[in-house]
Structures are given as structure tokens and as C-alpha cells.
Design a protein around this ligand. Structure first.
Ligand code: HEM
Ligand code: HEM
Length: 123
């Protein structure tokens, strides 16, 4: 699981910086929150999870870690797509934003519970 989190995190990094570059090139910052959250929920959050799972391998072996991985990575791209539509003026995307962001939050909650249950003091 640690490797999976790290490998997918770097993909969000690539997508996020390309997005940033496109915003800079066009001078259109409408979608800045999409850029920010691809990088913060995608790259930063998932890379930190991968690093924590490397430090605490037992935490990476649980069903909660698997549920977090899939909830986060199935919902986040849809969340970002719907947020981009919403910010572009398509208010119909709001329910999709609400549902997919909630799924990401539930995934993160699984991560938190997992860390609390499995991470022990070294030694
Ligand atoms: C080559 C890489 C990057 C480029 C070209 C880039 C470009 C941009 C641009 C053009 C904006 C909009 C600024 C504005 O609205 O005035 C922005 C905002 C932002 N970027 Fe990036 N960015 C890059 C990398 C990153 C990375 C690696 C992160 C986080 C890990 C990040 C986080 C953010 C955040 C949080 C905002 C929103 C800031 C705010 O709302 O004030 N960016 N970026
Ligand atoms: C499902 C999880 C999350 C939701 C629903 C969420 C929601 C939001 C909302 C509604 C805003 C205000 C946007 C605006 O003013 O246009 C925002 C801004 C921001 N959030 Fe999040 N957020 C989430 C996760 C995170 C995480 C994990 C981080 C950092 C690691 C983060 C960092 C930021 C930053 C830096 C801003 C200001 C940048 C900007 O205006 O684009 N968020 N977030």
C-alpha cells in the first residue's frame, strides 16, 4: 500500500503542476482552487500517507488503508472535475461536488482511524 500511495501521489503532482503552468500561461486563475486541491489532497495528502505507511508498515496492511486508497482515488478526480465545472459557472455540478468531496472526507476518516489503531510507539 505504501508504494501505491506514493506512486499515485506523484501523478497528482504532475497533473497539478501542469494545471498551474496552464493557469500561468493563460493568465486565467478561475480554476486555482482545483489546482490547489489536486496538489494538496492529491500530491501532499497521499504522499504523506505513503510515507507514514513506509514508517509504520503494519498500518499499510489493513482493510482501512485499502478503503482509504480507493475512496480517495475514485472520488478525488470526480471531485476536481465537478469543481472545475462549478467554478466555470455550471451550478448543476454542485451535487457531484458535495457527494465526491464527502467520499474523500470519509476516505480520510478511514485513514485517521487506521493510523490511530495501528501506529504504536517504537521500541
Ligand atoms: C510549477 C508548478 C506550479 C505552478 C506553475 C503553479 C501556479 C499557480 C498559479 C498560477 C496559481 C494562481 C495564483 C492566483 O490565483 O493568483 C496558483 C495557486 C496555488 N497553488 Fe500553485 N503552482 C505550482 C505548484 C504548486 C504546488 C506544488 C502546490 C502545493 C503543493 C501549489 C499550491 C497552490 C495553492 C494552494 C494555490 C492557491 C493559493 C491561493 O488561493 O492564494 N502550487 N499556483
Ligand atoms: C475534502 C477535503 C476538502 C474540502 C471539501 C476543502 C474545501 C475547501 C474550500 C470550500 C475552500 C475555499 C475555496 C475558495 O475560497 O474558493 C478551500 C480552500 C483551501 N483549502 Fe481546502 N478543502 C479540502 C481539503 C484540503 C486539504 C487536505 C488542504 C491542505 C493540505 C487544503 C488546503 C486549502 C487551501 C490552501 C485553501 C485556500 C486556497 C484556495 O483558495 O484555493 N484543503 N478548501
Amino acid at each position: 500500500m505504501a508504494a501505491r500511495f506514493i506512486k499515485i501521489a506523484v501523478l497528482y503532482l504532475l497533473v497539478g503542476v501542469c494545471f498551474g503552468g496552464a493557469m500561468g500561461a493563460t493568465g486565467n486563475f478561475t480554476l486555482a482552487p482545483v489546482h490547489a486541491h489536486i496538489l494538496l489532497l492529491g500530491w501532499v495528502t497521499l504522499a504523506l500517507a505513503g510515507i507514514l505507511y513506509t514508517l509504520y508498515p503494519a498500518a499499510a496492511e489493513t482493510r482501512l488503508a485499502t478503503i482509504h486508497f480507493w475512496a480517495h482515488n475514485l472520488a478525488l478526480p470526480l471531485f476536481m472535475g465537478a469543481l472545475a465545472m462549478l467554478l466555470s459557472g455550471n451550478n448543476g455540478a454542485m451535487p457531484v461536488v458535495a457527494i465526491t468531496s464527502s467520499v474523500v472526507i470519509l476516505g480520510v476518516a478511514c485513514f485517521v482511524v487506521n493510523i490511530w489503531l495501528t501506529v504504536k510507539r517504537p521500541g
